[in-house]
Design a protein around this ligand. Structure first.
Ligand code: COA
Length: 223
């Protein structure tokens, strides 16, 4: 049953997927899309209106609609986070999508504007911050914390008692040992095996994971 209304922010592939997941597996009715005026190429998507972000306050009531910012991990998540923060500062509320096919223990805490896809395992006493994507089939071990604006791709194992710092991207099939602190602004490459705490703004590859010569922000062009 659809009991709440949502607008999806974005018009790319992530927005297409958000439309699918919210429409077929949530209590939210998708009522439209929005994007900054400069990116509007057509008036409609999926039969729904595309509105300029600059105009949404005039067309939609903040009390009646939630937003979902559907932007992927570009620039170490900073592109999505910028739009999310701007809209949050204007007083909008945000929905999270949590797949009915994810295993989420009753006392796990999950923030707003999160996108938690199928087959994630989220164990007891875990915390997932705001604006976090967990693509399909990750393991989040007991007592572990994922801070705001992270992107966990697929088949990532985050063992128990870990902390994942803000804005961090963890590539497919990576493994994080128990009690490890991944610092903020990290890029953990696909298949990396992290067995030591990491440093801020590091790009780590390999098994055991080693810090690359270039920083994560430099590599991804974050200013
Ligand atoms: C880190 C990453 C961005 C590097 O990509 P790249 O710049 O195209 O890297 P290249 O293929 O040019 O390789 C550069 C060097 O790094 C090494 N390298 C790259 N990725 C590596 C990895 N994951 N593990 C170990 N070494 C790696 C290469 O062997 C190469 O070494 P060399 O210079 O000695 O030959 C990429 O490997 C990665 O992890 N991408 C994330 C993929 C992912 O998880 N996608 C999910 C999308 S939802």
């Amino acid at each position: 049953m659809k009991t709440k209304k949502i607008l999806i922010v974005g018009t790319g592939e992530t927005a297409d997927l958000a439309y699918e997941y919210f429409t077929y597996d949530s209590e939210y009715e998708v009522c439209g899309f929005c994007v900054n005026r400069q990116y509007i190429k057509e008036n409609q998507k999926c039969g729904l209106n595309i509105t300029a972000i600059e105009d949404i306050e005039d067309k939609y009531d903040k009390e009646k609609y939630h937003l979902f910012v559907a932007i992927a991990s570009s620039k170490l998540n900073y592109d999505r986070t910028k739009v999310y923060n701007e809209l949050k500062n204007k007083g909008w509320k945000f929905a999270s999508y949590i797949s009915s096919k994810a295993f989420v223990w009753h006392n796990a805490q999950i923030g707003e504007n999160c996108f938690i896809l199928e087959n994630n395992t989220i164990q007891p006493f875990t915390k997932v911050g705001n604006n976090v994507t967990m693509w399909s089939s990750n393991h989040l071990g007991h007592r572990s914390v994922i801070k705001d604006n992270c992107f966990i791709t697929s088949h990532v194992v985050i063992s128990g008692f870990c902390e994942i710092g803000e804005n961090t991207f963890i590539g497919v099939n990576s493994t994080i040992a128990d009690n490890i602190k991944i610092a903020k602004d990290n890029f953990i490459a696909m298949s990396a095996v992290v067995n030591k705490n990491t440093e801020e703004n590091g790009l780590y590859t390999g098994n055991p994971a080693k810090k690359a010569g270039i920083s994560a922000k430099e590599y991804f062009g974050v200013l």
